[in-house]
Design a protein around this ligand. Sequence first.
Ligand code: GTP
Ligand code: MG
Length: 371
Amino acid sequence: SGTLNVTELGELLGKPANDIIKKLMFAGVMANKNQDLDEDTIELIAGEYGMAVKKEVEVEKTDLTQYIEIDDEKDLKERPPVVTIMGHVDHGKTTLLDSIRNTRVTAGEAGGITQHIGAYQIRTDAGKKITFLDTPGHAAFTSMRSRGAQVTDIAILVVAADDGVMPQTVEAINHAKAAEVPIIVAVNKMDKEAANPDRVMQELTEYELISEDWGGDTIFVPMSALQGEGIEELLEMILLVAEVEELKANANRRANGTVIEAELDKGRGAVASLLVQNGTLRVGDPIVVGNTFGRVRAMVNDLGKRIKKAGPSTPVEITGLSNVPQAGDRFVVFEDEKTARQIGELRQQKQLEERRGEQSKVSLEDLFEKI
Ligand code: GTP
Ligand code: MG
């Protein structure tokens, strides 16, 4: 974390700058209050007060993003979009998720019991896949984003045509905008007597969501989630937006992605639903997930079927972790178990330290530990 001057070091150690200057003098270093000190000197003075500088390398090692190699453009191929459905209470989010889910039961999948793993994938008639996050849209954005995770590519904003724009509609718009995610508006409950889609369009202009009919560039899809009307068109529009976004990934690499949800299962231990965002996740992979680690012991897809590998944009449920991670945690697959364990343990240790409040503010404990 760079250098400190004498005054700053004094503040961190809770000692007057003059004390530090005296210690420095005994050590043969002549310094004034504003003098920058090198790491060795800081270490030396801290030692005088019974403190050691925390090994910064170890802290740096815990940052998972550095282990994710950047792909070569030429290795990138189209991947399915990941979609989150948001909107005001009772506007039809769950009904919409359910009717979309029902469109996917094809001959090959018949008999599969839908598992709740926080997300599911459908294949459209044209053979294209779309992944839907099943978690309430707001939670998906808030909990994930608070951890710096971004899983959503496209947001569906459900607005009931008989109710119009409501507080949580606005909240949803703000989440999507903050995440810079394109929005498709699903004007729902069109089957209702009181449906007034023009009003919805009008109200949304205030939030810069202007329909293509009115010269804007936001896609509005009138629909009835309850009656299954407009679903096909919505799916088409999602694929259209996905194409514009040029969503890509490299299936030929070790996987990384984000935890959608996780829990402790009595029989199976820690169970985590993961969204593979890049690469291919395989049974047996050594993995660090948030502050825990392990080896992918078993993997099932959203139909409860055991699978051996999962490519980009695929939601899966895995077992084999030593602890339960949290929604929004990142996961990274490592080449060998030893490294995964080492980094997992460092992250665990760091989390424990943070829990003890050692990182409450910029204080002594941020930089030093008792020896
Ligand atoms: P919360 O999860 O509570 O925020 O609600 P939600 O947005 O998930 O709404 P949900 O899908 O539970 O729908 C709320 C009510 O509206 C239910 O009674 C649905 O049957 C009804 N509903 C949903 N979509 C439609 C529709 O297209 N037409 C009509 N008439 N009713 C609908
Ligand atoms: Mg719901």
